[in-house]
Design a protein around this ligand. Structure first.
Ligand code: FMN
Length: 189
């Protein structure tokens, strides 16, 4: 059986980074399926910043859209086997709910399940500047087992276009999920 991932887009700037990861997962022969979910503000930011709708993303091969209000969805249960979840972009609100164990939506519930089942959970926070609450919440989720990976692409690979930056960061996110792909943009000493 191939890999199964969950990708959530929440209401922060930078949804194009999430789309880049989703496209790479969808195109990877190692991946069987991707459960995709978007918060209401995530949908709005996606449309504003990329012109895409959830339906457009769900049309990618292997991608299955989940209703973020459906707490009975497969990814809401620890018995659903998968290989990790990424929230990209992750709003400060989503971070706070996960840090506090508030599982009122499918995004925060699926993340909570990852932590309790000790599955990879990558939170790509997008907020700046950071207040004390954000910083404390990052430490809380880190200590609970999540990888805190703010949207900070490297700039050392001669990227010319924004799409290159999105993909540079996507490679690093996929690394965290155990999907190691060849990428000429990796650092070469
Ligand atoms: C257009 C727009 C852009 C936003 N950008 C950010 C952002 O970059 N980072 C952030 O933490 N919150 C941002 N917010 C606020 C969050 O969307 C808001 O706190 C929301 O409740 C987060 O909930 P969600 O995680 O369920 O999407 C933005 C809101 C809007 C409407």
């Amino acid at each position: 059986m191939g890999l199964r991932f969950t990708l959530a887009i929440t209401g922060a700037s930078g949804s194009a980074f999430g789309v880049a990861v989703l496209r790479r997962m969808s195109a990877s022969p190692a991946v069987d399926s991707v459960a995709l979910l978007l918060s209401p503000t995530g949908k709005r930011c996606l449309l504003d910043e990329t012109g895409l709708t959830p339906k457009d993303l769900a049309a990618l091969p292997k991608v299955g859209l989940r209703d973020e209000r459906d707490l009975g969805a497969d990814i809401s249960s620890g018995s659903y086997r998968h290989d990790g979840m990424v929230i990209l972009p992750c709003s400060a609100g989503a971070l706070g709910r996960i840090a506090a164990g508030v599982s009122e939506s499918l995004v925060s519930r699926a993340a909570d399940v990852c932590l309790k089942e000790r599955r990879p959970l990558v939170l790509c926070l997008r907020e700046t500047p950071l207040n004390r609450i954000h910083l404390e919440n990052m430490l809380r989720v880190h200590d609970a087992g999540a990888v805190v990976m703010p949207i900070m692409p490297g700039y050392y690979s001669g990227q010319k276009e924004l799409a290159d930056l999105f993909d540079t960061f996507a490679t690093r996110v996929l690394d965290q999920l155990g999907l190691r792909e060849d990428d000429p943009r990796r650092w070469k000493a």
